[in-house]
Design a protein around this ligand. Structure first.
Ligand code: ATP
Length: 307
């Protein structure tokens, strides 16, 4: 079934001399967490502002929950929540007062929602403390609580992790995963740092100079950045049969140059070295190889810029 929350077709936004977003065609499916990754100025905020209706496209189409026409789109936008640029909080008010104010503005009668949302984002015990005295992580979580007031099906968050300390990052990751898994909210969040969103997002959309240069799922990314033991020997057949017989693994590849990539035992180099010595296999290389996330991202950028 072709289920989707959002589809864009050739979405483009130009400012006077700048193409901020260039022919972006993507589909977001429900129940997933999408990481929009790109350097400063890549077009992430512009994309989010377009979807949220904060600015208008120069050309192209936005299809939100099946609606494309301007008047229907505006209605469909009631089903999204967003925190773009700074969280919309009043810093002279407490967390509870902020949530209350936004609930009233949105005309939502359910008062219990206030406490429920504060608990969800971990701010239920902040009492009268004013938001100006909150940590950045607390402010971000309050901003998310505000964007959840209309019970959105799609949540758009611009750099919610940026600037958080390690504890704040863990809290934010847990919150996002809870929202997706337990509240069934599809999430689109941006970051300029791929590793920041690693293990949080299920899908990664890499953007550069306004263009999507790659979309990749978490498992594909893990595959790309997989570590392996690189083995070289002049007895590759013997080595392979030893791996199978002694270590009971077939998780290896023999490369055209007869080197062997072993994807198991990456943390057991001593075991491997001892085994090959015992079996009198002369090893000329035994090292851990593989792309790091950082290298993967840098390579991707370089390749796209050289096209
Ligand atoms: N209102 C505007 N007027 C003119 N140019 C703009 C405007 N908004 C964005 N731009 C330009 O569009 C491009 C994309 O900007 P955008 O803010 O979407 O990038 P970004 O990926 O969100 O970057 P950052 O991480 O720095 O926020 C940049 O070159 C930016 O200078």
């Amino acid at each position: 079934m072709d289920e989707y929350v959002l589809k864009t077709r050739s979405l483009t936004k130009t400012y006077r001399n700048t193409v901020a977003l260039d022919n972006v065609t993507i589909t977001l499916k429900p129940g997933r967490i999408y990481g929009l990754i790109g350097h400063n100025g890549a077009g992430k905020t512009t994309f989010m502002r377009l979807i949220a209706g904060l600015t208008f496209p120069t050309s192209g189409e936005i299809n939100l929950f099946g609606y494309t026409q301007a008047k229907h789109l505006q209605h469909a936008r009631q089903r999204i929540g967003f925190m773009i640029e700074a969280p919309a909080i009043n810093t002279s008010m407490s967390a509870k007062e902020n949530v209350h104010l936004h609930r009233i503005i949105k005309g939502i009668p359910n008062e219990e929602l206030e406490q429920e949302l504060l608990a969800l984002v971990g701010l239920q015990n902040t009492g009268k403390k004013k938001a100006r005295n909150f940590s950045l992580g607390m402010k971000q979580r309050l901003g998310i609580a505000l964007s959840l007031i209309g019970s959105p099906e799609l949540l758009i968050l611009d750099e919610p992790i940026n600037g958080l300390d390690p504890v704040g990052i863990v809290d934010m990751r847990n919150l996002l995963q809870t929202l997706c898994a337990e509240k069934n909210i599809t999430i689109l969040l941006s970051s300029h740092n791929l590793s920041q969103l690693y293990q949080v997002a299920t899908d990664y959309i890499i953007i550069d100079h306004g263009k999507i240069i790659e979309t990749i799922t978490l498992s594909e990314l893990e595959e790309q950045c997989k570590q392996y033991v690189l083995l070289r020997t002049n007895q590759p057949e013997l080595l392979v049969s030893t791996l199978e017989k002694e270590l009971h693994t077939q998780n290896y590849l023999v490369m055209p140059d007869k080197s062997i990539r072993l994807f198991d035992f990456t943390d057991r180099m001593e075991t491997l070295a001892a085994l090959f010595q015992r079996k009198n296999i002369l090893i000329t290389n035994l090292s851990i190889e593989g792309n790091t996330l950082e290298n993967y991202y840098i390579d991707l950028m370089e390749r796209s810029r050289n096209v």
